[in-house]
Design a protein around this ligand. Structure first.
Ligand SMILES: C[S@@+](CC[C@H](N)C(=O)[O-])C[C@H]1O[C@@H](n2cnc3c(N)ncnc32)[C@H](O)[C@@H]1O
Length: 487
């Protein structure tokens, strides 16, 4: 997915707008194939079309004879007087001078003009259109490549189901009824979202009338809210799953952790209520009990609640505990997995967590306090030929390396610390297990950081791809990629 910021695009060359042309007077200057094509196009929108040309092709005459909508044909050379009362004009002759004259006259009279295949003399251009009326998809390349626009149109024609017009006509029919039925904007919007989702998944084939749809909606959706436990991934917003994105764009409330990246936060529906459960006064995070209470409070309302956590909610995320609370309170939920820091950071640092030659096992551990260290099975963690990924291990890194070496892991085993993994400020420091603390100090590594221990780390130098231009850049004042040994 591409995210454009305001800074990247200053303005659009053209503003796509849709114009109501029913019964509006439109003029086409020209009498050949192109004029006929434009005539058909304008007639589709219900325009009242006049054609002016010295000669009309057989095809145009035949078409006009059989057309159920009247077309006004004027057999004459073009004159400016024909512009009087016209809403817009299309110049479609094969004579540049005539087209130019039409353009000049129209511009002078402030009538919109399109000169076929001539951007310079046009004040509007016509996009390629995928027509699923009332749904219209207009594709414009700002006149750069009509062929590309047509190719994209072909693809969209294929993707967009034919019955979209049935769906839209139903939504149009339901609109006034919905207005009477529900007064709150939220209920109306929820119905529309629910109805569209269900129609796309083919679950409404038996339901053809408004009353049955409302009945189904109220039992299926409205009576209860739902909590979605969502993994936001390690930082890069493009690592969010499609499912997570869809939910974030319809959520009423988002309870999010402190460390969710700005890029992911920017994808949340603009009018959703945001509750930062990672922060409390004076920088302390909310207690788990408080978060649970909020989940119950919101979950019991008729709301779409997103509980957004970094990485994957089931990996050192207390996601399981929060779900148990929801079960106890009979609140519906779904879980949307996310890319955990181990996968994200390893991939972006070029470290395959397993490798046929170096490591057959991978183990995730956490070591953030004395309790968690005491309960760890150090002999199994220190086994050879396995990769150990340590979450929240930064503060007590010295105990980690001491214990692993004490229980038999080679002190020269490679380690990497990935700081702010997958984000533009990612840094990777590489060294040996016995140097772990030196690495942290030397590079002043800060949280969030992930420690990866094992022979696979040796591959980082060869496989680094993310920000690789900064790789081993000794002269860079502030190197982001610190892939070198601590001395
Ligand atoms: C409370 S745990 C949550 C883990 C999360 N549920 C997951 O699946 O990634 C937080 C720890 O994950 C690691 N972490 C999360 N995101 C990270 C990132 N972008 N770069 C490095 N480490 C990260 C750090 O060790 C951090 O202290």
């Amino acid at each position: 997915m591409l995210i454009f910021s305001q800074k990247m695009i200053k303005y659009m060359e053209y503003l796509p707008i849709t114009v109501q042309l029913e019964y509006k007077a439109c003029l086409i200057v020209g009498g050949g194939d192109v004029a006929l094509r434009k005539l058909k196009h304008l007639q589709k929108a219900g325009a009242s079309v006049t054609l002016v040309a010295k000669q009309f092709s057989e095809e145009i005459l035949e078409y006009c004879q059989n057309s159920t909508i009247a077309v006004h044909l004027i057999k004459s050379a073009y004159e400016a007087k024909f512009l009087a009362g016209q809403f817009l004009v299309v110049a479609a002759t094969n004579n540049y001078q005539v087209n130019k004259q039409v353009s000049n006259d129209a511009t002078e009279q402030r009538i919109w003009v399109n000169v076929v295949d001539d951007l310079e003399n046009s004040t509007f251009i016509m996009p390629a259109v995928v027509d699923r009326s009332p749904l219209l998809v207009a594709i414009s390349t700002s006149g750069v490549s009509p062929v590309l626009a047509r190719k994209i149109k072909e693809k969209l024609e294929w993707i967009l189901p034919d019955n979209l017009s049935i769906l839209l006509n139903r939504l149009k029919d339901y609109r006034p009824k919905l207005k009477k039925k529900y007064h709150s904007f939220k209920d109306k919007r929820s119905f529309n979202e629910w109805y569209i989702d269900k129609s796309f998944s083919g679950e409404l084939t038996q339901i053809n009338d408004f009353e049955s749809a409302i009945k189904y909606f109220e039992t299926d959706y409205l009576a209860k809210g739902k909590v979605y436990l969502i993994g936001a991934g390690p930082g890069d917003p493009e690592l969010l799953t499609v499912k997570a994105l869809k939910i974030l764009q319809k959520a009423d409330v988002v309870l999010h952790d402190a460390l969710i990246s700005e890029g992911v936060m920017a994808l949340i529906r603009k009018d959703a209520s945001l509750v930062n459960v990672g922060k409390r006064a004076k920088g302390h995070s909310k207690k788990q009990e408080e978060i649970n209470e909020l989940l119950i409070e919101y979950g019991k309302q008729n709301l779409t609640v997103a509980r957004l956590k970094g990485g994957d909610p089931f990996i050192y995320g207390r996601g399981g505990e929060e779900l148990e609370v929801l079960v106890e309170n009979q609140i519906d939920f779904e879980v949307v997995p996310g890319i955990t820091a181990a996968s994200g950071c390893a991939s972006y640092a070029g470290i395959p967590l397993t490798h046929r030659e170096y490591s057959q096992t991978v183990m995730f551990i956490t070591a953030h306090c004395k309790n968690s260290e005491d309960s760890l099975n150090w002999p199994s963690i220190a086994r050879q030929n396995q990769t150990v990924v340590v979450y929240m291990g930064l503060l007590r890194n010295h105990i980690l390396s001491e214990q692993m070496i004490k229980y038999g892991r080679d002190p020269d085993t490679s380690v990497a610390i990935v700081e702010n993994g997958t984000s533009p400020s990612q840094r990777v420091a590489v060294g040996r297990l016995c140097q772990l603390s030196e690495l942290v100090e030397q590079y002043q590594i800060t949280s969030p950081s992930l420690i990866i221990i094992g022979e696979v780390v040796q591959l980082a130098e060869k496989l680094a791809w993310y920000q690789s231009s900064l790789f081993l850049n000794e002269n860079n004042q502030e190197p982001r990629y610190l892939l070198k040994e601590a001395v």
